[in-house]
Design a protein around this ligand. Structure first.
Ligand code: KG4
Ligand code: ZN
Length: 335
């Protein structure tokens, strides 16, 4: 079964053709992050305008890469369905993908599958790997908009376990970078500088910043206090060293609560996904802890991409009528 996936929930316009849920035949992603780097963060209206500019060429390229340079009608005849992210995300950007997918579904007379963005991230963790989803599994979704634990007992039985009380982990990386005058998005920049510091100073303890909610009963996370501590402490350290401190505090907070959730639920798999899962330090620490029960997204499938959306649609088959589908900026996953 061949599914065309479409993802436009934030600043990436992505389209992908995926066969049987795990064979990625094409993945094309155009990002407007350079535009947002100029404003130090995303202005939703600007992101939506870029989605409009990119959406048709991106879908066209994803299809022609696989099926050759032919008419749109022929291209669409080769696929078995269309999957699109309906929420959560920024409304303007979401609307571009959702309305395009509805139109294509109606014109080509192909089923339309609606996907929750966070659930898409979970399925993205399995792309490029031989592992398959093994229930029950716990997933930690860590991105610019999420720091949440979910329990999946099946493709359809999903419940929310715990999550951040304020900022998401990716948001914390981005805000700390802004405080230090580093470019957007902050995660990759902090991670690069932290990596440089750690490789030159492997034995320096990185313990100067607080681990929020550490040693407390709760499985919740919190990252807003860390940003305040960074604001106060930034004069005391050289930038790369401070980046290593920030990264360590975030990764350790995520690991401590992951261990608590894992101990209580004892799932068969522990999945880590979302943009922050491409952080190398995080990967090292989680691999050490969870060994072969861990499934962590490869970097190309960790940040927003449409292959994860097409993959999720193959397994969940969450079909909807194109005449009724609506974008939902505040969609939540699980009950
Ligand atoms: O999943 P994603 O592409 O978009 C959302 O759904 O939010 O995640 C983007 C987030 C950004 O906050 C970015 O700074 C963070 O992921 N990120 C990273 C790294 N790469 C991306 N954070 C830490 N280390 C990285 N290497
Ligand atoms: Zn995302």
């Amino acid at each position: 079964m061949i599914i065309l996936g479409i993802e436009t929930s934030c600043d990436e316009t992505s389209a992908s053709v995926v066969e049987d849920g795990n064979k990625v035949l094409s993945l094309v992603t155009n990002s407007s992050f350079r535009l947002h780097a100029q404003t130090g963060g995303i202005i939703p209206e600007n992101a939506a305008r870029k989605q409009l500019e990119y959406i048709i060429p991106t879908i066209n390229q994803a299809l022609t890469t696989v099926f050759g340079d032919t008419s749109s009608q022929k291209l669409l005849s080769k696929i078995d369905g269309i999957a699109v992210t309906v929420g959560h995300g920024l409304l303007g950007p979401l609307l571009v993908g959702v309305e395009t997918a509805k139109t294509l579904s109606l014109l080509a007379n192909k089923p339309l599958y609606t996907i929750n963005h966070a659930q898409g991230h979970i399925y993205g963790a399995f792309l490029g790997k031989s592992q398959t989803l093994t229930f029950p599994l716990v997933a930690l979704v860590v991105s610019g908009g999420h720091s949440d634990f979910y329990l999946l007992n099946s493709h359809a039985d999903i419940s929310w376990i715990a999550g951040t009380r304020d900022d998401a982990a990716g948001e914390c990386f981005d805000k700390c970078a802004r405080v230090l005058g580093l470019p957007y998005p902050g995660g990759p920049e902090i991670s690069k500088r932290a990596g440089e510091f750690i490789s030159q100073n492997p034995n320096t303890p990185l313990t100067h910043l607080p681990r929020p909610l550490s040693h407390q009963q709760t499985e919740d996370l919190s990252f807003s206090g860390l940003k305040t501590a960074v604001l106060r402490g930034k004069e005391n350290f050289e930038t790369n060293r401070f980046c290593a401190e920030i990264q360590e505090a975030i990764v350790e907070a995520l690991l401590e609560k992951s261990l608590a959730v894992d101990r209580r639920i004892q799932p068969r798999q522990f999945v880590v996904c979302g943009g922050v899962a491409s952080n190398k330090r995080l990967k090292e620490k989680f691999e050490k802890t969870f060994s072969d029960r861990l499934v962590i997204s490869d970097p190309i499938y960790a940040t927003d991409n449409a292959a994860m959306i097409a993959s999720c649609a193959f397994y969940t088959k969450h079909q909807a009528s194109p005449l009724e589908v609506q974008a939902d900026a505040n969609a939540v996953l699980g009950n």
